[in-house]
Design a protein around this ligand. Structure first.
Ligand code: GLC
Length: 535
């Protein structure tokens, strides 16, 4: 294991201040020309990540999978899908990352397996009531002849959350029908995942991103969900509404059950048994900052993605409220806060902020404000290039939600990364091999090669911002004061660092101080859609 020389020091809890870069494996770098990114592709680009200045990478699932949900449908948790490489390639990736002082977080998908998993195949082959079926959520249907689903729950990807099998039983899938939910009340399930954790820890990974961490347990009665008029039966997930911000709570018997915390207490012990420097971060679309904080109590997981930051609209008030609520929620449990603006499930943030020049200006400004905050920031591949959401042609869409509902889905934030060159695949793979989603022509001017060394480019902005974070934000400690009374401006002070984000429409006089970072050039005034750090 490398001798890490990180800014956090000796306490081994490296993640508390880390910047983590999310790699969506099939869209990052393709080493073999099949149009799909892979592990050797990631390894070849690790020096780029080190030079960008991040501390760790989180890699989305690369395990054996029929790819119905691009790897979030796992058929074998302890092997690598041939599309992405081999176990040896995973070893090489982890080793090379460590040599470069980069930590590696892998994705763990415990709520459901693929329908190609041995367990589910055995369950289908076995009779109702068998131990094989008891690993999943098989139930009799409702209605006089059982021909209706057992309850009214809907899949996050649209349509009923239940599918009927030929002998008449139904199984639960909160996502696609190819992603059957496991029954976490069955002890075999917990034992299996402990083995999976240990397998990857033995390989040297530094942490886990826990997929759908607020799932796993369902209210035991499997009662109907109480649905508000005009509401959806089941949400709490992808493209979720802003209940985390608005606090209008929904009835969610399928999410965030108290028993799930026992799982994380067990995992905490597993991670600790390997060392204090192993971590887990929860993807938990919980409804309030307080329920998010429950996942990061000292004997549970270490961090949880703070989706409230991502869901906040472009206003100083919204950002202020999220910062204040987040810091207040994690303080009592002693966890470090996290911040995130984009990932593989949501519309890229420049597009969310209106797109074009203004969208990008706002995205850079929100990013710089985020990087000033105590705790960790999670970046999503391509945001350092200012990539926008792409309008993917229907014929190239692969998101299961598109197939289930006809809604556009998430492919538009998953378009393969442009690395360089004048035409597609823009260095994504060797030669002319075209990527699994075609890249738009605009990618030419946005590639790493096109932006590297170019003053004012988004890539150089990210590099400078990450360096400024190390030099000017981290040394200030974790205390933050959020100022009130400045309607259009989010102003916060972290030690001697003063951060201003102008969400309004007019220039503001720039207070005295040395500009140590800015999202756009500033002189005497702070223009709208701009963030500045004053030292
Ligand atoms: C998580 C993943 C998402 C996936 C879903 C089902 O939300 O981020 O991409 O579709 O879980 O596993």
């Amino acid at each position: 294991m490398a001798d890490f020389n990180d800014p956090i020091g000796a306490d081994a809890a490296w993640w508390r201040n880390a910047v983590v870069y999310q790699v969506y494996v099939r869209s990052f770098a393709d080493s073999d020309g099949d149009g799909i990114g892979d592990l050797p592709g990631i390894t070849s680009r690790l020096p780029y990540l080190r030079d960008l200045g991040v501390d760790a990478l989180w890699i989305t699932p690369f395990y054996t999978s029929p790819q119905r949900d691009h790897g979030y449908d796992v058929a074998d948790y302890t092997d690598v899908d041939p599309l992405f490489g081999t176990l040896k390639d995973a070893d090489t990736l982890i080793e090379t990352a460590h040599e470069l002082d980069l930590r590696v977080i892998v994705d763990l998908v415990p709520n459901h397996t693929s329908d190609d998993h041995e367990w589910f195949k055995a369950a289908l082959a076995a009779a109702p009531g068998s131990p094989e079926r008891a690993r999943y959520m098989f139930r009799e249907g409702s209605g006089p002849d059982g021909s209706l689903p057992p309850n009214n729950w809907e899949s996050v990807f649209g349509g009923p959350a239940w599918t009927r099998v030929p002998d008449g039983q139904w199984y639960l899938h909160l996502f696609d029908s190819t992603q059957p939910d496991l029954d976490w009340r069955n002890p075999e399930v917990g034992d299996m995942f402990e083995d999976v954790l240990r397998f990857w820890l033995d390989k040297g990974v530094d942490g886990f991103r826990v997929d759908v961490a607020h799932g796993l347990y369902k209210e035991e009665s499997l009662r109907d969900q109480v649905v508000a008029e005009g509401g959806r039966a089941s949400s709490g997930q992808v493209n979720s509404d802003s209940s985390m911000v608005s606090r209008e709570l929904k009835d969610e018997p399928m999410w965030d059950q108290p028993e799930v915390h026992d799982v994380y207490r067990r995992w905490n012990a597993v991670l600790d048994s390997v060392g204090p420097d192993r971590m887990a971060v929860a993807e938990a679309w919980t409804q309030t900052p307080e329920s998010m904080a429950a996942f990061v109590r000292p004997d549970e997981l270490d961090q949880a993605f703070n989706f409230a930051w991502l869901l906040a609209d472009w206003s100083a008030d919204s950002f202020r409220k999220v910062v204040v609520d987040t810091l207040a929620a994690v303080a009592p449990v002693g966890a470090s806060p996290t911040w995130v603006l984009s990932n593989h499930d949501v519309v890229r943030h420049p597009t969310r902020y209106g797109g074009g020049e203004q969208g990008l200006a706002r995205a850079r400004a929100a990013t710089l404000a985020m990087l000033a905050l105590p705790g960790s920031s999670y970046l999503y591949q391509g945001e350092e290039l200012g990539l926008e959401q792409v309008d993917v042609h229907p014929e190239h869409r692969e998101d299961p939600s598109w197939f289930r509902t006809g809604e556009v889905g998430r492919d538009g934030c998953r378009v393969p990364i442009p690395w360089g060159g004048d035409s597609a695949p823009y260095g994504f793979g060797p030669g002319d091999a075209q990527p699994w989603i075609p890249q738009p022509d605009e990618f030419k001017g946005l590639s790493v090669e096109a932006q590297a060394g170019v003053e004012g480019s988004t890539l150089e902005f990210y590099r400078a911002a990450l360096a400024a974070r190390r030099a000017h934000a981290l040394p200030q400690g974790d205390e933050v004061t959020v100022l009130t009374g400045t309607d259009d401006v989010l102003e916060l002070h972290r030690g001697g660092l003063r951060v201003l984000l102008n969400c309004g429409t007019t220039d503001l006089p720039l207070p005295a101080g040395t500009v140590v970072a800015s999202s756009a050039p500033v002189a005497d005034v702070l223009p709208p859609d701009t963030c500045v750090w004053l030292g």
